[in-house]
Ligand binder design. Structure first.
Ligand SMILES: NC(=O)C1=CN([C@@H]2O[C@H](COP(=O)(O)OP(=O)(O)OC[C@H]3O[C@@H](n4cnc5c(N)ncnc54)[C@H](OP(=O)(O)O)[C@@H]3O)[C@@H](O)[C@H]2O)C=CC1
Ligand SMILES: CC(=O)N[C@@H](CCC(=O)OP(=O)(O)O)C(=O)O
Length: 354
């Protein structure tokens, strides 16, 4: 079965990466590629690494250009995707719509308004196939929720990393969900191409800088939502991202207080059981630690867990490529499920190195 796919926001980082992974998918046929301020220019002017479509002219992002495809991917700023998705719905367009942005991720409108400051667009099935549901020891229910869906809300990249790191301990009841701490090292591409044009290389290179400190980051309610899905009654997480001088990658170190009396051996067993059969989430052998470099270009999440007995805490480290497992690869994995295709079809398991 082949499917046609349009990408809105093809001039941006997320849209460009979506196009790259779709070009390697045996069943995808690339349709309209659209942009906003860069409409009318060629794809090659913005994505010079995508040679096979370098001469394609970017059309304006409009329902007229996006309608009539089997799949529409929205790689647009927050707010823009909700509006265009509503227009496609009103037209009666039959496409499977995949939103790489945040507009349809949160279930609770009050949480949306508190962190995003505008009206909530709605809630779509959440595009993290590996999300645990309460009572599960391995992820199945979220895959069932994605099978055949016509709408997919792709997770935030930081959220994917922190959720995958912590959820086995939450689901198994081994850690306290009200005492979570996450500190992340993030590559610059996570901030998007258009949002940081003022940043000087002389300031970015050779420096690590925190941002959205003190409980203000938009991904906090999304992480809490996921960990409640995994079985927590309530979640409290201190979340601090930092920008590090690399283009891609997230290294998320997330720690949690061990429930008193827990056998440390049970910890590794829980993480092993959760990810034993996962094609893209790999618990590394004991003593090996995830690095961002070993995930670049791949749809993998590398996870490690250890018990710090003196501190009474479980320490998890998760590495992903923010643009692949954190965005476009995860989106294609969920899209495969939506279309009834093998979940791993066309997705890169191997990365690039050094
Ligand atoms: N970068 C990442 O790692 C991740 C990004 N995402 C999400 O993906 C989405 C796109 O992000 P990213 O690619 O990084 O951002 P970029 O800034 O790199 O790209 C933004 C894209 O949206 C278009 N655009 C800008 N303003 C508007 C508008 N008002 N209406 C319609 N289109 C517009 C731009 O077109 P033009 O160039 O023509 O102006 C461009 O194609 C965001 O919602 C982001 O949160 C999700 C997970 C991770
Ligand atoms: C480095 C950097 O700024 N990263 C972004 C990641 C954005 C992302 O994952 O996605 P959404 O905007 O779609 O939620 C951040 O932390 O906000």
């Amino acid at each position: 079965m082949t499917f046609s796919v349009a990408i809105a926001g093809a001039s941006g980082y997320a849209g460009g990466e979506m196009l790259r992974v779709l070009l390697a998918h045996p069943d995808a046929r690339i349709g309209a590629l659209t942009a906003h301020s860069n409409a009318g220019t060629t794809l090659g002017a913005h994505q010079p690494h995508l040679r096979s479509l370098a001469d394609r002219v970017l059309a304006p992002t409009s329902t007229e250009n996006l309608a009539g495809h089997d799949v529409v991917v929205l790689a647009l700023p927050h707010g823009a995707s909700g509006a265009i998705a509503a227009e496609l719905e009103a037209l009666g367009d039959q496409a499977v719509v995949v939103d790489l942005g945040a507009d349809h991720r949160l279930v609770d409108p009050a949480a949306w308004e508190a962190f995003y400051g505008n009206e909530h667009a709605g809630t779509w099935p959440y595009g993290l196939p590996e999300l645990l549901h309460a009572g599960e020891t391995a992820p199945r229910a979220q895959r069932a929720a994605l099978a055949g869906t016509r709408r997919i809300a792709v997770p935030g990249c930081n959220v994917t990393a922190v959720t995958l790191g912590l959820q086995p301990g939450i689901a198994a009841g081994l850690v306290e969900p009200l005492d979570l701490v996450a500190v992340l090292a993030n590559g610059y591409s996570g901030a998007g191409r258009s949002l940081k044009t003022h940043l000087l290389a002389s300031e970015a290179l050779g420096s690590v800088q925190p941002y959205a400190v003190g409980g203000s980051h938009r991904h906090i309610p999304e992480i809490a939502q996921n960990l409640r899905s995994a079985g927590a009654d309530a979640v409290s997480i201190s979340f601090t991202p930092t920008l590090v001088p690399m283009a891609r990658g997230i290294l998320a170190t997330a720690t949690a207080r061990l429930v008193p009396g827990t056998d440390p051996a049970a910890v590794r067993a829980a993480w092993e059981q959760t990810y034993a059969d996962e094609p893209f989430v790999h618990l590394l052998p004991e003593g090996q630690w995830p690095t961002t470099a070993s995930t670049l270009g791949a749809n993998t999440a590398l996870v490690q867990v250890a018990v710090d007995e003196a501190a009474g805490r479980v320490v998890t480290v998760t590495a992903i490529d923010n643009l692949v497992k954190g965005t476009a690869g995860g989106a294609l994995q969920s899209l495969n499920l939506a279309l009834g295709l093998p979940e791993a079809l066309g997705l890169p398991l191997d990365g690039v190195a050094p």
